[in-house]
Ligand binder design. Sequence first.
Ligand code: MRU
Length: 353
Amino acid sequence: MNEFKSKIRTIQWIDTYSRMADQTLFPYEFKYIDIKTGQEMFDAIKKMIVRGAPAIGIAGAHGVVLYAQELENENLSREDFIQKLLEKADYMATSRPTAVNLMWAVEKQKEIIKNSKSDIKGLVEELKQNGIKLENEDIEINKKIGDFGSTVVPKGAAILTHCNAGALATVGYGTALGVVRSAFAKDNSIQVFADETRPRQQGARITTLELTMDGIPTTLITDGMCSYFMKKGMIDMVVVGADRIAANGDTANKIGTYTVAIAAKYHNIPFYIAAPLSTIDINIKTGDEIPIEERSHDEVTHINGKPVCAQGVNVINPGFDVTPHELITGIITEKGILRPDYNKSIAEAFKNQ
Ligand code: MRU
């Protein structure tokens, strides 16, 4: 395994609480905050203190442990404890709607709640251990994604990415940026073009920060520039993450991804999705069924608290778009690179789960 030794850790369970990097402060400050209650975790996910599909999955799993710890102090019967905890878990899963990793991780905790034979204390411990297990597995999965993905990166490639699907969108290492890290470990002549990613600028604020911290050559461009550089022959491939992938391969990712995919197709540039199997929602047939988060209009009308448009103008702010499967060259997972026909390759990947 070619392993790039990035030290970035986004979220970690510590004894009785969850510690996470506060992503609202990037790039000015890299500061960890401790989340000690279930409601604090719900708010941290909603306000995007923690963000990125796999990272909010782990945050959701930690959130269920925090609720369990709180309910443990309420002297409830085991039956009442379980009922209340399942309700809290369902509430946690509603903190953001598009990234299915959140629902997936909460569901993993709910399976423990429903199937455990332990007393309340034992059950809380089981949930904690499961949260830690999911957390550690996330990094291992990302390294596998990185290894598979690095096999399709040409020597000296310029890789375009959108938003942040890096160490800071996961527990560590990253999905799309995991591919970059593994490729860089083999060939340090590769480089990254990072889309700024309006409106919240995760590309500018987070991707450039983490790649620079790891010494990976990075060029920041604004979202509208990608086809200009593609036409000039300056982009060799695109790798992005995903928030939810339907059974046919249609993929929801940060708004603007679809535009990049269309531009890549026009210029004959390979367009890859890098994501763990937990991002695939086999319960939905196509991308039309993916719920798209509508976010605050302030994200569009303001930058750093200052208005950038006429007051009162109409605004729409969907957080994600869906890239149709026919624009996707391959989906890089921990089980290998899935290729079209995605209905078949995705079903196959889930068979041996
Ligand atoms: O709104 P965000 O910042 O949570 O959106 C993140 C993205 O769209 C990422 O590209 C996606 O979650 C993949 S993360 C490995």
